[in-house]
Design a protein around this ligand. Structure first.
Ligand SMILES: [Zn+2]
Length: 80
């Protein structure tokens, strides 16, 4: 199959689907941090952490949302 391209930066890096919730994706799309709506899209480590940071940085704007987003993923599959 070969290496997948990162759907965010389009670089050919090790990219896997991340466990962002659809809520997290909705806000990332709304902020134009990502340009696609398929949250199953593969993403490299770097972009994943960038987006995570954006969510944390801007959590005040989306009061309570980030807490829910990350609690949700830590229960099941931890996306680290
Ligand atoms: Zn990337």
């Amino acid at each position: 199959m070969g290496a997948k391209c990162c759907a965010v930066c389009s670089k050919q890096k090790k990219s896997i689907s991340r466990e962002f919730s659809s809520t997290a994706w909705s806000v990332l799309v709304a902020w134009e941090e990502v340009s696609f709506t398929d949250h199953e899209s593969p993403m490299c480590e770097e972009c994943y952490w960038d987006l995570r940071e954006v969510l944390i940085d801007r959590s005040k704007e989306i009061d309570g949302l980030v807490g829910r987003v990350f609690t949700q993923s830590s229960d099941s599959k931890v996306a680290v």
